[in-house]
Design a protein around this ligand. Structure first.
Ligand SMILES: *Cc1c(COP(=O)(O)O)cnc(C)c1O
Length: 383
């Protein structure tokens, strides 16, 4: 039986030859493809700068480092995301404060974040990490306003939302991760995401000071930039000005990313068609869908339904070769975060969402027949 995963990459012959060309070239890493990918990605998203890194988690870690998160930092984020969104704060020794979610969109709730800020003394918190969960864009203008009132930086985890946008108060479409409101934004190129590099990540920003830092942090803290290196012993000379990491992306991965990026809009259109068809199919059934709010360009990394018999439905679909998934187990209930003091009951909306959520197959290469089969099986178990 052919199985249907919840998400998967779409690789074409063009992608394969783009990677093969790099293998025949002079540079497997640190060659021209990395910069080309960064330029094209920045252009696609509409940000001033882009920095390619080895994966989305490395992107988050470097963002936290660039913003100088340390063991005195307290940072707010959502529990309904992949654990990396909060782990990056822990890597730098900071304290994570989860705020509950909006019961409509399941994104970090602006009012819950605000009340967390207002019930602590001024300047308790240093930053906030909103996530464009499932591909539903965060209203970043509203978060920027809140952040400015409390002197916070923003890292936008946009892993689910390349090509997504929200509409700002002036009626303008603002792409997720375009750097207009968030200080930094990050993307992942894991094969289940919109653009596949195998492993890969990108940081976007409009701030030159952060861009300059990210460039040396991703390569050990080493630089040859004459503005940053004081003396020179000759052409070979470099300095290590901070403790960085090797978080570089290779040219092979970048070539795959460039080739994938050229089809990103096509893939996004297909995701929206699939989402519309699910919406229509479940309309009037017991299945609750999470539809996009007005003015939101949903990027549909995930198609999430809410159902009271989630476990039965999950098991039933699996028997038929349909591998639905759960996104996410609330981060605060993972053992590591429980050890830090979080427990059941702390975030009731997130916990309620988790008890009922299921992500149905959503990827551009899913055929109409496959989707018909998924819909039939979901409805069969949900009447
Ligand atoms: C995938 C993902 C990450 C991590 O990306 P990797 O490339 O797998 O390290 C972080 N945040 C979110 C929301 C993700 O979906």
């Amino acid at each position: 039986m052919k199985t249907i995963p919840y998400g998967r990459q779409h690789i074409t012959e063009e992608d394969i030859s783009a990677v093969a060309d790099v293998l025949r070239s002079d540079f497997l890493t640190q060659g021209p493809k990395v910069h080309e990918f960064e330029e094209k990605f920045a252009q696609y998203i509409g940000s001033r700068y882009a920095v390619a890194v080895s994966n989305g988690t490395a992107a988050l870690h470097l963002c936290a480092m660039a913003l100088e998160v340390n063991d005195t930092s307290k940072v707010i984020t959502t529990p309904i995301t992949f654990a990396a969104s909060s782990n990056c704060i822990r890597y730098c020794g900071g304290e994570v404060h989860f705020a509950d979610i909006d019961p409509e969109t399941m994104l970090l709730d602006l009012d819950k974040a605000r009340s967390l800020l207002e019930t602590h003394p001024k300047n308790t918190f240093s930053g906030i990490v909103p996530v464009d969960f499932s591909g539903h864009p965060v209203d970043m203008e509203a978060f920027r306003q809140l952040a400015d009132e409390h002197n916070l930086w923003i890292i936008e985890d946009a892993c689910h939302a390349p090509g997504g946008y929200f509409t700002d108060s002036a009626g303008q479409q603002q792409n997720c991760g375009n750097g207009k409101y968030a200080d930094l934004a990050i993307f992942s190129f894991h094969p289940v995401k919109h653009i596949a590099c195998g492993e890969g990540g990108m940081i976007t920003t409009n701030r030159q000071d952060l861009y300059d830092k990210l460039l040396f942090l991703r390569t050990h803290g080493i630089t040859k930039d004459p503005h940053l290196v004081k003396d020179s012993h000759g052409g070979w000379y470099y300095d290590m000005i901070d403790l960085g990491y090797n978080y570089r992306l290779t040219d092979m991965q970048s070539a795959l990313g460039i080739s994938q990026l050229s089809r990103a809009d096509e893939g996004l259109q297909r995701r929206r068609v699939i989402a519309n068809r699910y919406d229509e199919a479940f309309n009037g059934s017991h299945i609750r869908t999470l539809s996009a709010k007005k003015g939101m360009g949903h990027a549909y990394h995930l198609y999430v339904i809410l159902t009271d018999n989630r476990k039965e439905l999950y098991d039933f679909l699996k028997e038929w070769g349909i591998y639905a998934q759960v996104h996410y187990i609330p981060t605060h209930l993972l053992s590591y975060y429980r050890q830090l003091g979080w427990k059941e009951g702390d975030l009731p909306r997130a916990e309620n969402y988790y008890s009922r959520c299921l992500s149905l197959p959503m990827y551009p290469s899913m055929t109409d027949q496959e989707q018909t089969f998924v819909i039939e099986k979901v409805l069969e178990k949900s009447q």
